[in-house]
Write a protein that binds this ligand. Structure first.
Ligand SMILES: C[S@@+](CC[C@H](N)C(=O)[O-])C[C@H]1O[C@@H](n2cnc3c(N)ncnc32)[C@H](O)[C@@H]1O
Length: 219
């Protein structure tokens, strides 16, 4: 999806209303566990940070955090959250698939739902950008919607009137797509079935849908 579509989603200018399906107002449980276990440390990048809940929580632990998102509306909300809480986070409007200007900078990257919206043709470039921006030994933690959940979310969005063509390029991920993308220059530390909480279009309660959890270390 283009930046304008994400801006429209975050601004509530689509038929789904004020909150995007992934905007659950708290950390994804899988990331909450990682934060509580203090596994996310050092100089941190939140790639596709959205409205910044995870980045802000990590900064509360005293880490230096950069959050990058292509949506200016999301970053505006993230900056407002930082101002309100007094927690310092560098929130940047930019393309996380290229990460220009961040060479050799991060010890840890968190990606909660960015790879799963990254078009297959751009996945290799994204992983190369991560490799460039990570220090040796850095860890990438990922939680991504699997194929089945992506189909369910997108079907709901289209039913509510969003154009199907806006989602045509999105991947339908299986775990092997992740290990293939990180096959060179990375070691796979973990690959597991997990769940992600989402607001399924038209469903009032938040729903746990199947997701893929992965950890990779830069060799
Ligand atoms: C599924 S949402 C997840 C947001 C956030 N990580 C969360 O868990 O709430 C995907 C996010 O990636 C952002 N995004 C999509 N393509 C991007 C790109 N090329 N560079 C940076 N951000 C991007 C979107 O604007 C959106 O905020």
């Amino acid at each position: 999806m283009r930046a304008s579509m994400y801006d429209a989603l975050y601004a509530g200018r689509t038929p789904i209303g004020a909150q995007a399906p992934w905007d659950i107002g708290r950390l994804q449980p899988a990331f909450a566990e990682l934060v509580a276990a203090q596994r996310i440390t050092g100089e941190i990048l939140d790639a596709g940070c959205g409205t910044g809940e995870l980045a802000l929580e990590l900064a509360r632990y005293g880490h230096a955090v950069t959050g990058i998102d292509i949506s200016a509306v999301a970053i505006e909300r993230a900056r407002a959250g930082a101002a309100e809480t007094g927690v310092p986070v560098e929130f940047v409007v930019g393309d996380a698939l290229t990460l220009s200007g961040f060479d050799d900078r991060f010890d840890t990257v968190v990606d909660c739902g960015l790879f799963d919206v990254c078009p297959p043709a751009e996945q290799a470039g994204y992983v190369a950008a991560l490799h460039r921006s990570c220090r040796p030994g850095a860890t990438v933690f990922m939680l991504e919607l699997g194929a089945e959940a992506t189909r369910a979310v997108l079907a709901g969005l289209v039913e509510l009137g969003l154009p199907a063509r806006a989602f045509e390029h999105l991947p339908r991920l299986v775990p092997a797509d992740l290990t293939a993308a990180f096959a060179t220059g990375w070691q796979t530390l973990a690959l597991a079935e997990s769940t992600m909480m989402v607001r399924l279009p038209g469903v009032r309660e938040q729903t746990a849908v199947p997701a893929i959890y992965a950890e990779f270390r830069k060799s």
